[in-house]
Ligand binder design. Structure first.
Ligand code: DAT
Ligand code: MG
Length: 149
């Protein structure tokens, strides 16, 4: 089982899309391990996006991420990182297929609603950054056998 850090960005929170995004991961069969509304500091966001700090879009990205609260989540399941990103869609929402979150609900790269870890290593780094005291590792009983062989 893999874990991924999935985050609803300020536009998604303010537009009332938190429930819709949670619903998609729940209906897929993934398991929620942690969820919290955060008002992160600039330093925290710079750490989260540190791989992008040389990019020209880094300053506006940080301002956008500071524009309101975000909802950070940890989801767990088989191939969670790859499938989670497929469920989010492409970085540019105009390249995202209908049926994906970005494909269905947004238009601009700089307002693309959600974040998903891009590798297992970055997922574990991001989970430790946003949930430093750890997450609840709970076992599902009956439903686990209905979702996995
Ligand atoms: P993703 O969020 O799909 O993993 P990323 O990690 O490359 O994409 O970039 C993080 C965020 O930065 C992305 O969600 C939106 C913004 N961004 C990425 N590429 C951009 C670009 N070319 N122009 C403007 N913003 C960009
Ligand atoms: Mg990324």
């Amino acid at each position: 089982m893999e874990r991924s850090y999935i985050m609803v960005k300020p536009d998604g929170v303010e537009r009332g899309l938190v429930g819709e995004i949670i619903k998609r991961f729940e209906l897929k069969g993934y398991q929620l391990l942690a969820i919290q509304l955060f008002k992160p500091t600039r330093e925290h966001l710079q750490e989260h996006y540190k791989d992008l700090k040389e990019k020209p879009f880094f300053p506006p990205l940080i301002e956008y991420m500071l524009s309101g609260p975000v909802v950070g989540m940890v989801w767990q399941g088989r191939e969670m990182v790859k499938v989670g990103r497929r469920m989010l869609g492409e970085t540019n929402p105009l390249n995202s297929n209908p049926g994906t979150i970005r494909g269905d609900f947004c238009i601009e790269t700089g307002r693309n609603l959600c974040h998903g870890s891009d590798s297992v290593e970055s997922a574990e780094r991001e989970i430790a950054l946003w949930f430093p005291s750890g997450v609840i590792q709970w076992e599902r009983t009956k439903i686990q056998k209905l979702i996995y062989e």
